[in-house]
Write a protein that binds this ligand. Structure first.
Ligand code: NAD
Ligand code: IPM
Ligand code: MN
Length: 349
């Protein structure tokens, strides 16, 4: 029996609820196919910060290094800890320090789910650059609090990182329907985005089987809503990818559906799997959180670990349940709570 070491970081708010619930069908799918998940749970969160002054211990990254995968719920509890502290103390360093440069976010409708905006069926794979760009953290403020205050936040784009994320996008497009949308704002941003466009054009001849279209981020945002069926693989910078994938979530039925994988395609480090949504303070503790995004992220984790059948089986179970509206959580018109829906998914395996 294959035994995988999984680091589980439930985090804050509904992160704790969706992780505990989603692990029921994730474990069941693994064990049905002869795989064992040996979980170690870490209580790293805003609560931990309030007690210790740190979101994770000083050796947190090294602690995670030996795991096969990380499964994370959500980080952030702005009522007590500023987001700029909590996210830069836990989620963002994991992405950056393990160089998990590809953030993969699938957007498609599960059977029976009609996104509020969806006019047609679609299957989009968003690939978000996950280590630099607008999230580089370079900048500062001067004359704070005075009328002369200036704040600067510099986007840093390196040729190395832009090239590798675009290459990853081309390769994914090849495995799918052969279409790549490369996203920039090069009509307004003269340096970073012009370099991104140039690298897109330089790489294209090496992938003659992939049809590349360059879009401006504003136009692509509208297209994702009005004509999502025209898109296949979308590659975007860190911030643009963040925004596009909440749009992707919206068209696929809401944030309760959007899953993600943070990977380094070269391997050698643990990958991290997490729902796209956050800690949802407005519904935390009510049982209304939809666990599907986390279950789907778990299916992506099983696939990445090489447990393809367990992953496919879990997604199939999910698809059988989403046809039955009443079994779902209130965000998709159902009457279930987080745990009863998760148990139904496990029963459907
Ligand atoms: P959010 O994603 O937490 O919530 C946005 C809206 O979507 C809320 O109305 C919420 O109730 C709803 N929602 C989210 N997930 C849901 C689910 N599974 N089922 C049903 N409804 C769901 O975004 P926010 O309110 O902007 O952020 C709240 C906190 O989470 C902040 O601290 C933010 O920084 C953090 N955050 C963390 C992550 C992460 O850890 N990856 C992602 C996004 C936001
Ligand atoms: C996401 C989140 C994070 C991001 C935040 C919480 C820093 O919105 O994973 O989509 O912007 O990457
Ligand atoms: Mn986001």
């Amino acid at each position: 029996m294959k035994d995988y070491k999984i680091a589980v970081i439930p985090g804050d708010g509904i992160g704790k609820e969706v992780i505990e619930a989603a692990l029921i069908p994730i474990r069941a799918a693994a064990s049905k196919h002869g795989a064992k998940l040996t979980e170690t749970s870490f209580d790293w969160s805003c609560e931990t910060y309030l007690k210790t002054g740190r979101m994770m211990p000083e050796n947190g990254i090294d602690t995670l290094r030996d795991f096969d995968s990380i499964l994370l719920g959500a980080v952030g509890w702005p009522k007590t800890v500023p987001d700029s502290v909590s996210l830069h103390g836990l989620l963002l360093p994991i992405r950056k320090q393990f160089d998990l440069y590809a953030n993969i976010r699938p957007h498609r409708l599960l059977p029976g789910i009609s996104g509020p905006l969806a006019k047609s069926d679609f299957d989009i794979l968003c690939i978000r650059e996950n280590t630099e760009g607008e999230y580089s953290g370079a900048g500062g403020r001067v004359h704070v609090g005075t009328p002369q205050e200036v704040a600067v936040e510099t986007s840093i784009f390196t040729r190395h990182s832009v090239e590798r994320i675009l290459r990853f996008g081309f390769e994914q497009a090849r495995l799918r329907r052969g279409k790549l949308a490369s996203t920039t704002k090069s009509n307004a941003q003269k340096y970073t985005m012009v370099m991104w466009d140039e690298i897109t054009e330089e790489l294209a001849p090496a992938y003659p089987d992939v049809e590349v279209t360059r879009y401006h981020i504003d136009a692509l945002s509208a297209r994702m809503i009005t004509h999502p069926e025209t898109l296949d693989v979308v590659v975007a910078s860190n911030l643009f990818g963040d925004i596009l994938t909440d749009i992707g979530a919206a068209i696929q039925g809401g944030l309760g559906f959007a899953a993600s994988a943070n990977i380094n395609p070269l391997g050698g480090v643990p990958s991290m799997f997490e729902p796209v949504h956050g800690s949802a303070p407005d519904i935390a503790g009510t049982g209304a959180a939809n666990p599907i995004a986390t279950v789907w992220s778990g299916a992506m984790m099983l696939d990445f670990l090489g447990e393809r059948e367990a992953s496919a089986d879990l997604l199939a179970a999910l698809s059988r349940i989403t046809r039955r509206t009443l079994l779902l959580t209130p965000d998709c018109g159902g009457t279930s709570n987080t745990f009863s829906l998760a148990r139904e998914i496990a029963n459907a395996l």
